[in-house]
Write a protein that binds this ligand. Sequence first.
Ligand code: ATP
Ligand code: MG
Length: 257
Amino acid sequence: MSANADFLTVQNVSLRFGGNAALSDVSFGVRQGEIRAIIGPNGAGKTSMLNCVSGFYRPQEGQVLFKGQDLTKTPTHKIAPLGIARTFQNIALYTGLSTLENLMAARHIHMRQNGLQSMAFWGPARREEVQHREVVEEIIDFLEIAHIRKAVVGALPYGLRKRVELGRALALEPELLLLDEPMAGMNVEEKEDMARFILDIHELRKVTIVLIEHDMGLVMDISHRVVVLDFGVKIAEGTPDEIKQDERVIHAYLGEQ
Ligand SMILES: Nc1ncnc2c1ncn2[C@@H]1O[C@H](COP(=O)(O)OP(=O)(O)OP(=O)(O)O)[C@@H](O)[C@H]1O
Ligand SMILES: [Mg+2]
């Protein structure tokens, strides 16, 4: 990969469900170290796009290259170990387990996928377990969720569950983090907290971020570049200032607010 090459390259991706085109010939790049937003009206194809990156959906056409490797041809379970983690539009956690257990479970998946044989509590496996615990405890401190580390996730308020889910993604120590509406359904204070965590993850942990978000003020504040989808088609791409002035975007999206 050359120094200028995109970290993540989406190339001519088309995804259909029966006769319904969720994505039509979509291309864009994400540079290492940027916060890239994907915006667009409901049903525009934003989640489908993230699903094509995480291997959850397989586009009929096109490629998704991560550091040169085509993710559309990579088995789904091998994508997270490449350094890609995500959160879901509808929170996906083990609701019967605690915060700590949810984060540890993410580490264990990571560990197994890295080819470690044993989960037994002795020898090298025990040392691994201690290391995982250290990583997880550090993330718990970072996200300021120490007070709920033993709490059962299903009983937590929505905003905190969203934060635990972010912690679960961070437990994979990703290079690329895909966030699907991390602030949806939150009150203003929770949104501000989440925005601060996203910026800190980017700044302090040097993680590249692809963010789907409906709150335009937030998107324009925290992202470096924005790609706009409408009915599965990319209608614009640029800096927040460029996007704010784009006629097609105003018409398709901002105008509807
Ligand atoms: N598994 C699926 N089966 C059939 N159609 C699907 C599937 N997933 C997505 N679609 C369709 O693809 C289109 C894009 O959906 P997608 O969820 O990607 O939109 P979105 O931009 O994330 O919308 P929202 O803002 O509401 O989350 C929609 O028409 C949707 O109905
Ligand atoms: Mg969606």
